[in-house]
Design a protein around this ligand. Sequence first.
Ligand code: ADP
Ligand code: MG
Length: 688
Amino acid sequence: MTGRGGGRPLTELSGLGPRMAERLERLGVTTQEALLFHLPYRYQDRTRVIAIGALAPDQEAGCQGVVRAAEVVGRRRPMFVARIEDGTGFLTLRFFQVREYLKRSLRPGRGVWAFGTVRAGQTGLEMVHPELETDAEEPPEAPAHLTPVYAATEGLTQGRLRAWIGQALSRAGARLPEHLPEEVRREHGWPALAEALETVHRPPADADVEALTAFRTPAQQRLAFEELLAHHLALRKVGQERRSARAPVLEGTGELTNALLASLPFALTGAQERAWAEVRGDLRGHHPMQRLIQGDVGSGKTVVAALALLQAVEAGHQAALMAPTEILAEQHAATLAEWLRPLGLEVHWLAGSLPERERRAQAEAIANGAARVVVGTHALFQKEVRFAELGLVVIDEQHRFGVHQRMALKEKGPDPHLLIMTATPIPRTLAMTAFADLEGTVIDELPPGRQPVDTVGISDARREEVEARIRDAVAGGQQAYWVCPLVDESEMLQLEAATATHERLQAAFPELSVGLVHGRMTPEEKEAAMGAFKEGTTHLLVATPVIEVGVDVPNATLMVIEHAERMGLAQLHQLRGRVGRGSRKSACVLLYHPPLGEKAKRRIAAMRETNDGFRIAQVDLELRGPGEVLGTRQTGLEQMRIADLGRDRDLIAALPGAADALLRTDPEAANALIRRWVGDRAVYGEVG
Ligand code: ADP
Ligand code: MG
């Protein structure tokens, strides 16, 4: 990595030699200009001095006092310890190394200002390695302004970073080019770049402490906006590049798609019709489709995917459908096989669990073009897998499929068309940042006859009530699911939990037939278990949380989710989507183990209040933040330096307009912004 477009070398700064420069490079900082964009991620309030007598463990605080005693303790591992006092109490300052300067500056009688995290030591409260100011006469004053805290790495102290950034501000700060249009700044009342950087790195004494620690000052908002704008521009660029690339024109004859439509036992909903029309149009274009279909659980996205696959096949190309888990991929393979076999089309299968020999045979069929429709997991994207003439890739339930992965599709041959489907609604905030390169379609209608599922939260102390409900449902000719608790540690433990639950429930319901399905079964075993449930031979199906996707048994009207407090909202909603598929009223019981934490309470409340996936997603977003919801790693946005998609969501609406204006008036500035904030990091593929 080099500081592109020049930039002043770091080693010009005093106290910064080649060794330190190397450490900074590890943080992605290679020039003085870049150092200025190494922004604090939080602030410490060292301005307040707390009386020692009022300190509490775990508090991060500053205090003033006079050294009353100082000594080296411990023989095997000597430590330096000083006791300071301020008239309200004593505080121990503990250092794990004995250094001459410590002994000098912490002689009894000297005044001290110390800042650190308080903890309960053996002899009372103490601070380990506090930051210090000392004075011969009086305890030194606390700093007059907030102290920035930076991301650091081994061997880089906060003090050093602050000193170097201070120097860089004076040398290079004022010369940084301004890329935010004047009108945008004026409209929001934001300061110029140099002033904003000065404020965040060296907050003035009269700064609004609350606003600054909350990252709400105009200076911080301006920088956050600039960063979001840069990411937005980078993604638009990726999108544009792909859109201007050539893709196979998948005209299609309509032969297969019409045959499928005619064979379905239902008509498409209006929303499915609209989605299909958009996709059909995209596939006929000269440029790769880049479409994201959002539709709630059960809204019928699979049919739209199947139609798209068929159009690609009609046009003489191969088509692939990828799902994030093997269970979901298998479900799709089974559904598609059922639909496509009558049309004379075989569905090929590729997943990591396939024996080596079969995998090679499938890869061969894919490479020589014998396989027209392929369903699988990530295994489809492995390097060895080469398609003869891939025209379309559909990706299900993988909104996390990141930009760099979207770029990697290129390696599968000439740009194929891309369709991503998700039941996790992408909030607008993310649509305009992490997904700015995709066009969106929403399926906002469920097939007719679906009924909202009544949802209750019940403490597991009242388990008998739940068991009674199961007996009632079965007596009424219906069936039920029992989802075992989520076990994080390992698949084996998950399996044990499922088996134990199955035994317990079979013992509790000797008169019922209780089935079991889990991720470790072979495809045949799974099929047998699911088949028995579908036919109604088993009344109650015990399942691990992996059945969250794909299963479709309309006669199942009751879902019990054990330890629901451990599960996320999106997962609960997906699970609940397995019931409410028939004409009868369905219910979902969230069994929880009290006491409930605040967030678990809100999750269960949200599930009780609504069946609407979009509202659920909104609550999920509030509870977890967008990074968590979508898996920041894969969105490529985890490296944001100051912006926070949750906190700064009100900035997002202004992005497209600002981006349009900038691209129109000063495309060079747009590129410079991308370089400044996104850099040449590989996340976005080739930009800039
Ligand atoms: P999801 O959007 O969650 O992937 P699916 O595609 O699995 O939903 O569809 C859920 C169920 O609804 C399936 O059994 C499917 O066959 C059925 N379905 C899909 N579209 C319709 C429709 N228009 N009318 C009736 N049932 C439909
Ligand atoms: Mg689906």
